[in-house]
Design a protein around this ligand. Structure first.
Ligand code: BES
Ligand code: MN
Ligand code: ZN
Length: 496
């Protein structure tokens, strides 16, 4: 969908959307359209008792006097309650009206809203961003080109503040691209997206000025990454470690690092998962997808930050060469780990990726994203990601960025009383807790053993990387969770 910003006018064809705040009247641009339609819009609003409540929708098909197919009127809610997120939902709702209409163009008529915190430009830009997030579909394997899901070819956003809106949308557009890239990676089937093909996709970020290195198993073996390599050992697909660097700030500035769990498919290994629902485990690379999407966004909007993105890519399969429960592996840090459950593999790939990242880059901050534990879904369902950190300030910053971006997070504790549950009789550490409780916390405590006191946060996105419900700005499937969160986290705290 091509998006353009222009001054207001009367659209000549296709679908039109007007946006009305609660209690508000039609603004000047909408009123001009209403007038050209002989008052059909205001008449419909009156007879349907349309008051502009958030989420309300009223459609007027082919109003006389206009040559368009439909005018949709969409409620923005109370001006004081309007946020970038509620506005994006309205944009998504408007987009849905024009979906599957043979690519017919869509026009948004945007009037300023009184008594809201959003500027006219931000209003227009976020309506557009919401529309493009909502337009997203993953259809590469449909051989029939489905008109029923096709988004409009063009979206023209008409506003009195077109130039400022275009500017505000440049950064949002970079964010949308990153989110859609992350969604694509998650939605790809695991026979198409495996460690090597994932690494090849990451390589494409070079076009944006990102430095990308890919380490194979031989190089990882030299580095002593026994924990990561043990996970991929039962798969014919070679494990990969991808290192991306975006240098948008002065060389003297310490980088911040993002590390993603990239299990392209998680069968559980010899500790095999039950077959029901196992297919969903193609999303077990959601952390790596988010890191890739984030690096895409940062590079596209030329963020003034030095950022590192590291992907720990492997496939967790059972075969004659797979690691066994009770195997002992040696991590790059030198610690030995007893692998008592091969399904607790995320922490095994991450512990080497985290150690490597802090050792090589000495980052000011390190954040990992991982679909790490089913237990986080018990705690927070699909609404919040869990945050675990050795510096509470990072959790606060993430929480704020989450509220603003819609990728919401909630902090849970870590501490020695949990770490001690990871005791092993044979090795330095077991990869699972001896107790039954706090599965997400003990997983985080395991990771903490490999961050070497670098300021660090772990985000457990097992519940949020994938959703089966459909929302105004996201179809079912991969959500791209983490891209918006960390894009906002970086711009709020690390680009000054
Ligand atoms: N990838 C799973 C976690 C997961 C569960 C992600 C549901 C998304 C949805 C992870 O590798 C795993 O299997 N974790 C185990 C850990 C256990 C063996 C200690 C779990 O959560 O059951
Ligand atoms: Mn697992
Ligand atoms: Zn997993």
């Amino acid at each position: 969908m091509r998006i353009s910003f222009a001054a207001t006018s009367i659209p000549k064809s296709g679908y039109v959307a007007l946006f009305v705040a609660e209690g508000g009247k039609l603004g000047p641009a909408a009123a001009a359209l209403d007038k050209a339609a002989g008052g059909a819009v205001s008449h419909a609003m009156k007879s349907a008792d349309f008051t502009g409540k958030a989420g309300a929708l009223l459609t007027v098909p082919g109003p006389k006097g206009l040559s368009v197919t439909e005018v949709a009127i969409i409620g923005l809610g109370k001006p004081k309650d309007m946020t970038a997120l509620t506005v994006r939902d309205a944009g998504g709702k408007a987009l849905a009206r024009a979906r599957g209409k043979q690519g017919a163009p869509l026009s948004f008529i945007v009037d300023p809203v009184k008594s809201t915190k959003l500027s006219e430009a931000d209003l227009a830009a976020n309506l557009a961003a919401g529309a493009s997030l909502s337009a997203y579909r993953h259809t590469p394997y449909k051989t029939e080109k489905l008109e029923s899901v096709a988004a409009p070819k063009r979206l023209s956003v008409q506003s009195g503040a077109a130039a400022a809106a275009r500017k505000a949308h440049a950064n949002l557009g970079a964010m949308v691209e990153g989110v859609c890239l992350a969604r694509d990676l998650v939605n790809e089937p695991p026979n198409k997206l495996f460690p090597k093909s994932f690494a090849a996709k990451a390589k494409q970020l070079q076009k944006l000025g990102v430095k990308v290195e890919v380490l194979g198993e031989a190089q990882m073996a030299k580095l002593g990454m026994g924990a990561l390599l043990g996970v991929g050992q039962g798969s014919p697909q070679e494990s990969q470690l991808v290192v991306m660097q975006w240098n948008g700030a002065a060389k003297s500035k310490d980088p911040i690092a993002f590390v993603g769990k990239g299990i392209c498919f998680d069968t559980g290994g010899i500790s095999l998962k039950p077959s029901a629902g196992m297919g969903e485990m193609k999303m077990d690379m959601g952390g790596a997808a988010a890191v890739t999407g984030l690096m895409h966004t940062l590079a596209t909007r030329k963020a003034k930050v030095n950022a590192i993105g590291v992907l720990a890519l492997a496939e967790n399969m059972p075969d004659g060469n797979a690691q066994r429960p009770s195997d002992v592996v040696t991590a790059m840090s030198g610690k030995t780990i007893e692998v008592n459950n091969t399904d607790a593999e995320g922490r095994l790939v991450l512990c080497d990726a985290l150690w490597y990242t802090q050792d090589r880059f000495k980052p000011a901050l390190m954040i990992d994203l991982a679909t790490l534990t089913g237990a986080i879904i018990i705690a927070l369902a699909h609404e919040y990601a869990g945050v675990f950190t050795n510096q509470d300030k990072i959790a606060d910053q993430l929480h704020k960025a989450g509220q603003a971006s819609g990728d919401r997070t909630w902090q849970l504790p870590i501490g020695p009383e949990f770490t001690k549950m990871l005791k092993s009789q044979t090795a330095d550490l077991s990869n699972i807790s001896g107790g039954r409780g706090a599965g997400s916390i003990t997983a985080a405590c395991f990771l903490q053993e490999f961050v070497n006191d670098v300021p660090w946060a772990h985000i457990d996105i097992a519940g949020t990387a994938w959703r089966n419900d459909s929302r105004a700005t996201c179809p079912p499937g991969g959500t791209g969770f983490g891209v918006q969160l960390l894009d906002r986290f970086v711009s709020d705290n690390y680009e000054g």
